[in-house]
Design a protein. Structure first.
Length: 141
């Protein structure tokens, strides 16, 4: 049952800023969409954000992580890329990985990009306007 005071346009997710050994970050694109975004997904009612992230990374990329290893970076919001009129509220976690991943479930494509660029691809608003600028600022701090 939804709380009538909660905004029905809010999508709560756990997302990962996955950094590879070369400093590039992994982005995913869902089947039937154009925008690349951070891997992750919706947080189920019974889940903690880091647990939801671990589940989603396993389902979408075949990546097994220990939720304790995920470093919480903060909560970030932006217009949803694929749900018009909705806002994505992301609990963002930093993870460094050194394993191959491959798309599974609803993920059609994965790419590694230099976080200092847009990778010459269409990016979701949360990734383009919030997460990548946040990460770039943390590198120069």
């Amino acid at each position: 049952m939804l709380d009538s005071t909660a905004s029905p346009a809010l999508i709560r997710i756990a997302a990962a800023l996955l950094i590879g050994p070369d400093g590039r970050t992994l982005l995913v694109r869902k089947r039937g969409t154009q925008a690349f975004m951070q891997p992750g997904g919706k947080i189920d009612a019974h889940e903690q954000p880091a647990e939801a992230l671990a589940r989603e990374l396993n389902e979408e990329l075949g990546l097994t992580i220990d939720p304790i290893q995920a470093q919480f970076l903060g909560e970030f919001s932006a217009p949803a890329a694929n749900e018009p009129g909705h806002v994505v509220q992301a609990q963002l976690f930093l993870l460094t990985i050194d394993v191959d991943v491959s798309p599974a479930a609803e993920i059609e494509e994965v790419i590694w990009i230099d976080p200092a660029t847009d990778g010459n691809v269409i990016l979701a608003p949360l990734t383009r306007d919030v997460i990548l600028p946040f990460y770039r600022a943390s590198l120069t701090a």
